[in-house]
Design a protein around this ligand. Structure first.
Ligand code: CO
Length: 360
C-alpha cells in the first residue's frame, strides 16, 4: 500500500457521522497540522491556513468529513436495536451490512438484521424492506445484555467496510469515499503547496454535517471569508449496467475528476470553471464535465457560494460507483488527476485572476 492508499484507508475506515466527527477530525488534524495553522469553527470543522505571498487572495478548499450513518433510536426488550438514519440512505443497500455502535464504553459490532430466505413468503421476497422495519442485532438476547454492552439511546452508529485495493491495483473498495476521497485530495494538495510558491493564502477546510444540510460549510465559510472556493466531493459515477439512460451522459470511473456545470443548488462561477477546464487542457489532465441537471444531492458549494455578497465557487468531484453504500468504488487515476489539476489551479489564482472573476 502506498502513501495515498494508506491515507484513503485511514480516512474511509474512520467513523464520522454528522455531528459525531471526532474520529475522522483527529486524523484530518494529524495530516493538516504540520502544513499550516489549525483552527476550528464552533461546529467542529477543521481549518488549516497556509499562507503564500502576503497580500494574495484567500482560497478556500473544502471537503466534508462526515459520512452517512445512524443513531440508536430504541432498544427492544428482546435486545434488538432500532435506528434513525442520518443522511441519504437507500433502504435496499442496508440489509445484512455490518455496523459499529460507538458507545461510551467502546465500540460494539452488529449487523442489520435480514430475515433469511427460508422465512420469507413469496410476496415478501418481491418487496423492498423499509428501514423503519429494520433493526441492528449485536447478538444479544435481551435488552439487559444490550445495556451491559454499553449501548444507549442516541449513540452514533457507523457503517463498517474494509478498505481494499481491487484486482486492477488502480481501483479501491470502501465506504465513505463521499467525501473522504475529497478530504484525501485536499490533504494531498495542501502537502504539495508546502514546497511550491503560490500567490494566495490557502485554507484547507474539512467541514462537518454536510450530509444533513451543509452546516459546517455555512459556519466555516464565515470564519474564512474566502475570495474564491473550490469544493471537493464524491459524485455518483453512472458507468455501470442500467445506471444511465441511453443517449445521456456517462461519467466514467477513471475518466478524470468531474466539474459540474449546473446543479439544482448552485451554478459555478463561469470564469473559475473555465479556468479549471483550460488548465486541465493545457496540462493534458483528464477532466469530465457534468451538465446533467437531473442528478440529485447538494454539496457544500450551495452554502459557500452564497456567503456574504457571493463567493466564486466551483465543485470538483471524484466519480464514485455505488456512492452512499458500504461497497463504493473509486479510481486512483481520478485521484491523481484531481491533485494535479488543483495544484495548477491554485498556483494560477493571483489577485488579478480572482478580481476578474467578479468584474461584471
Ligand atoms: Co458528499
Amino acid at each position: 500500500m502506498d502513501e495515498v492508499e494508506g491515507l484513503l484507508k485511514e480516512l474511509t475506515e474512520a467513523g464520522g457521522i454528522p455531528g459525531h466527527e471526532a474520529e475522522v477530525r483527529q486524523l484530518v488534524r494529524k495530516h493538516l497540522g504540520p502544513l499550516g495553522d489549525i483552527s476550528y469553527d464552533r461546529l467542529g470543522s477543521v481549518i488549516c491556513e497556509k499562507r503564500g505571498e502576503a497580500r494574495g487572495p484567500k482560497i478556500m478548499l473544502a471537503a466534508h468529513m462526515d459520512e452517512i450513518g445512524f443513531l440508536v433510536s430504541h432498544i427492544t426488550k428482546e435486545g434488538f436495536i432500532r435506528f434513525a438514519a442520518l443522511g441519504g440512505w437507500w433502504d435496499q443497500v442496508l440489509l445484512a451490512q455490518r455496523v459499529r455502535i460507538k458507545t461510551a464504553q467502546g465500540d460494539v459490532i452488529g449487523t442489520i438484521g435480514a430475515k433469511p430466505p427460508h422465512l420469507l413468503s413469496d410476496e415478501e421476497r418481491r418487496k423492498l424492506v423499509e428501514k423503519d422495519n429494520m433493526y441492528i442485532d449485536i447478538g444479544a438476547t435481551s435488552s439487559d445484555e444490550v445495556e451491559k454492552a454499553g449501548v444507549r439511546i442516541a449513540d452514533p452508529i457507523v457503517p463498517v467496510s474494509e478498505f481494499t485495493v481491487l484486482a486492477s491495483g488502480r481501483t479501491y473498495l470502501s465506504k465513505a469515499f463521499d467525501d473522504r476521497g475529497g478530504c484525501a485530495v485536499m490533504i494531498a494538495v495542501t502537502q504539495r503547496m508546502v514546497s511550491l510558491d503560490h500567490p494566495n493564502t490557502l485554507f484547507a477546510v474539512a467541514t462537518v454535517q454536510e450530509e444533513v444540510g451543509l452546516r459546517g460549510a455555512k459556519t466555516s465559510v464565515t470564519l474564512v471569508n474566502p475570495d474564491v472556493a473550490i469544493v471537493l466531493e464524491g459524485t455518483a459515477a453512472n458507468d455501470m449496467p442500467g445506471a444511465s439512460n441511453e443517449g445521456h451522459q456517462v461519467l466514467r470511473l477513471g475518466g478524470g475528476p468531474v466539474v459540474t456545470f449546473y446543479r439544482g443548488d448552485m451554478i459555478p462561477n463561469r470564469h473559475l470553471r473555465d479556468l479549471m477546464i483550460d488548465i486541465a487542457r493545457k496540462n493534458a489532465i483528464p477532466l469530465q464535465i457534468r451538465a446533467d441537471g437531473r442528478v440529485r444531492g447538494g454539496t457544500d458549494g450551495a452554502a459557500i457560494h452564497l456567503h456574504g455578497s457571493g463567493v466564486p465557487t466551483v465543485v470538483l468531484s471524484l466519480p464514485v460507483r455505488y456512492v452512499h453504500s458500504h461497497g463504493a468504488i473509486m479510481h486512483r487515476a481520478d485521484f491523481d488527476a484531481a491533485v494535479e489539476l488543483l495544484t495548477e489551479v491554485i498556483r494560477g489564482l493571483d489577485q488579478k485572476t480572482v478580481t476578474d472573476m467578479t468584474a461584471w
